[in-house]
Design a protein around this ligand. Structure first.
Ligand SMILES: Cc1ncc(COP(=O)(O)O)c(C=O)c1O
Length: 374
């Protein structure tokens, strides 16, 4: 059996054709494919505006620069990829790590308590962990009652929803971000996007993406002014063309992910020591399939389990090592927050392979080995 990773892209001939077409065209970057991809993302998510950027971290960086001021305090989750809180620091603001709920998402009730205690809290960065969209009624309540800024990190949740509210629609947030890294729902190689319904914010994001430059045709057709300290965070036409082609298939990608999740759940139903992170949820975009394993009862260590699976050519992954416990954050005096749910979750949780091109045969091989090792 070839190595089975926990996540992987699904590329077909149409995707390859779409990239080759751009390679043969006049514009490899800053051509028409960027706006076409942005329009398609707006149509899919329901957000009014979209700005594509070079990766999800760049999306978070620009969103943070538009939302936050120096020394603002921001509630966020320890259960995410590093970039979610790193980009709060990029904006010279301060992340505050809040414990998680059973489903791996930030505990918004705890967030409310923190906001009531601390007037410096200006924003919440909520990640839809694994694809499960955070409770939108609670988000709405916090936004309306405390006039707080909200960023939804939708890197895991393109195609997910909460009732009829779609991920990245920004129904109850100021901005949402997406990532198109190869393990995500759709890929552009590297890539990301920011969605918003706020025109002013959108215009600022466009400036920041491109060095803070604005064309000034009043002076000359080629003239430009620099209005902000921006970056080169542009996404190429090559990438956007791949993104357009991938987005057309997101429906079937999501279906396959859900089918695989159901097969995992059926396989583990009668096993005492393993259970999925949350009951099957048709609204989750299932970027990850996380299981909780009772390693204490099995007298087994999580790392040894992962190593044994690796010997069988199966890649599992930790989602996530708590961000606040990373050496860099410990040097900034983080790490001692009271996060009992995160601590417990981290001891037990592991992500199994899940991606549209994972065959049932490969999945059965994963299941067989998990059962044998446990
Ligand atoms: C929750 C979350 N946020 C942000 C990012 C950053 O995205 P990118 O890798 O495209 O920079 C990731 C990527 O792994 C992620 O999982």
């Amino acid at each position: 059996m070839d190595f089975i990773p926990y996540g992987k892209q699904s590329i077909d001939e149409d995707d390859i054709k779409s990239v080759v077409e751009v390679l043969k065209s006049d514009f490899l970057t800053t051509g028409s494919k960027v706006q076409e991809f942005e329009k398609a993302l707006c149509e899919y998510t329901g957000a009014k505006y979209c700005v594509c950027v070079s990766n999800g971290t760049a999306a978070l960086h620009l969103a943070s620069l538009t939302l936050l001021k120096e020394n603002d305090e921001v509630l966020t989750t320890p259960n995410s990829f590093l970039a979610t809180s790193n980009t709060i620091l990029y904006a010279k603001a301060k992340p505050i790590f809040v414990d998680i709920c059973e489903d791996g998402n930030i505990d918004l009730d705890l967030c409310e308590k923190e906001i009531q205690k601390n007037p410096n809290i200006k924003a919440i960065y909520a990640v839809h962990f694994s694809g499960k969209v955070v409770n939108q009624e609670k988000l709405k309540h916090l936004k309306e009652k405390y006039n707080i800024k909200i960023l939804e990190d939708c890197a895991h949740s393109l195609g997910g929803s909460f009732g009829n509210i779609k991920a990245a629609s920004c129904t109850n947030s100021d901005v949402s971000i997406l990532s198109f890294h190869p393990v995500k729902h759709i890929t552009t190689g590297e890539g990301g996007a920011i969605t918003t319904n706020d025109k002013e914010l959108y215009e600022k994001l466009l400036l920041l993406r491109n060095h803070g430059m604005k064309a000034n045709p009043n002076i000359a057709p080629w003239y430009y002014d620099m209005l902000e300290l921006g970056f080169n965070y542009r996404l190429t036409d090559i990438s956007c063309s791949l993104g357009i082609s991938q987005l057309k298939k997101i429906g079937s990608f999501l279906e396959k992910r859900k089918e695989l999740v159901k097969r995992y759940e059926n396989a583990f139903r009668d096993m005492e020591y393993i259970q999925s992170l949350y009951d099957y949820d048709k609204e989750s975009a299932y970027h990850l399939f996380v299981v909780k394993i009772n390693f204490e009862k099995l007298k087994m260590n999580k790392k040894d389990f992962v190593l044994k699976m690796r010997e069988k050519s199966i890649g599992l992954q930790y989602h996530y090592i708590p961000i606040n416990k990373q050496p860099f954050y410990k040097n900034l005096d983080y790490g001692d927050e009271k996060t009992p749910n995160m601590d417990k979750y981290y001891e037990h949780s592991i992500s199994l392979p899940l991606y549209p091109s994972l065959s049932f045969e490969e999945q059965d091989y994963v299941i067989k080995n998990i059962k044998e090792i446990l």
